[in-house]
Design a binder for this molecule. Structure first.
Ligand SMILES: *Cc1c(COP(=O)(O)O)cnc(C)c1O
Length: 379
């Protein structure tokens, strides 16, 4: 038997309470019982998103929410500023092009966070830009972009909205949708929300809804206005992922019981222990600045193939991490600590990494990273 440990930055482990909730018999989505549950999760999502705006729920992976955030607010020929500092930033560009949106790309070197001044300058240079697309946490590099500073800049432009992919940020660190003035915030179920893959969530500000009134792009399933008409009545336009909604209800109850502040504190503590543990094991971190608390991207040591680390973790020790993407393939590996995670997940991950590195012939002192994490995580 090989016990499995899921430490990839999505999908992430699902708590047993949530698995049990999802195993309940299916209820009909037009029955009052469902409407009552849907009403509860809609309210709790507003709490999680720190907004009074409606948070729409779709049966799709996170990318479905991203797609809708392009097609519902922008028309063919409109201009968008896309912050591209990794694989997911790149995805914003591809989505915009799919819907005929002109992309002005703000390239950010992988491992770095966007400089807010560069966004301010781009908007000043071309005030016809209708939207700024960014990741709060760029999962391919493990870097967090400065969402709050970007919101302060975009807020000054009446005709521009800020769209934030917060798929590995919401529920990990503070994203104050209303207080900071973020127009559109997107997340998915299988990252910090501790659910299986299959749900996308999108909050929409009044400014963005007004833009949606003017858009000429086509959307059918991801038609936000149509979906809102149903969801404010605690219904969905089409059949919802009923079991996932039951799981979501449980997740939101768990998060509320812990409290948002405590969730962020736990995530910060784990991220700090993972980073310091990796460093104590002689490893260096890939982010050059502003590491995301959702996951840690670690450079493979000289002479060790990052893909081999990732593969041996899985094959020898049952631990699923993630490798690097594109030009980072073989150069980094990534370990998640978002969602249903606690001290011993970080300690276990560091222990396995040390064992794999030693097994690959790299000189590492067993227990060096583990000891550092233990020190930092002691009660
Ligand atoms: C996981 C992820 C997504 C969405 O990916 P899906 O596979 O469509 O769920 C988007 N952005 C970021 C930053 C992610 O980490």
């Amino acid at each position: 038997m090989l016990k499995r440990y899921l430490l990839a930055p999505g999908p992430t482990p699902v708590p047993p309470e949530v698995l049990l909730a999802m195993a309940k018999p299916i209820i009909h989505h037009r029955a009052p019982e469902f409407a009552q549950i849907f009403g509860e999760v809609r309210e709790d999502l507003k709490w999680l998103f720190q907004t009074t705006n409606d948070v729409l729920i779709f049966a799709s992976s996170g990318t479905g929410g991203m797609e809708g955030a392009v097609s519902n607010f922008l028309s063919p020929g409109d201009k968008a500023l896309v912050v591209n500092g990794g694989k997911f930033g790149e995805r914003w560009g591809k989505l915009c092009k799919t819907f005929g949106v002109q992309v002005i790309e703000l390239k950010v070197e992988w491992g770095h966070a966007v400089n807010p001044q560069a966004v301010a300058d781009a908007l000043k240079k071309d005030p016809s830009i209708k939207a700024v697309f960014v990741q709060a946490s760029e999962t391919s590099t493990g870097v967090a972009h400065p969402t709050k500073a970007l919101a302060e800049i975009v807020k000054l432009h009446d005709g521009t909205i800020l769209v934030v992919d917060a798929i590995t940020a919401l529920g990990v660190f503070d994203i104050q949708t209303d207080a900071w003035g973020i127009d559109v915030v997107i997340t998915g179920s299988q990252k910090a929300l501790m659910l299986p893959p299959g749900l996308a969530f999108v909050s929409v500000s009044e400014k963005a809804w007004q833009m949606a009134d003017k858009t000429k792009n086509a959307a059918f399933y991801f038609n936000f206005k149509k979906e809102r008409e149903s969801q404010v009545k605690n219904q969905t336009a089409y059949t919802p992922a009923v079991s996932m909604i039951l799981g979501l209800q449980e997740v939101l109850r768990m998060l509320k019981a812990e409290g948002l502040e405590n969730v962020f504190l736990r995530q910060t503590r784990l991220a700090h222990a993972m980073r310091e543990g990796a460093k104590a094991a002689g490893l260096s971190l890939f982010p050059k600045e502003s590491p995301s608390d959702a996951l840690t991207a670690i450079c493979s040591p000289d002479g060790v193939d990052g893909q081999a680390i990732y593969k041996n973790l899985r094959v020898q020790y049952g631990m699923t991490a993630a490798g690097g993407q594109d030009h980072l393939k073989g150069k980094i590996f990534r370990l998640s600590h978002m969602g249903y995670m606690d001290s011993f997940d970080v300690i276990t991950a560091l222990a396995a990494v040390e064992m794999v590195l030693k097994g690959l012939g790299h000189s590492v002192k067993l227990g060096s990273g583990v000891a550092k994490a233990q020190e930092l995580l002691m009660a």
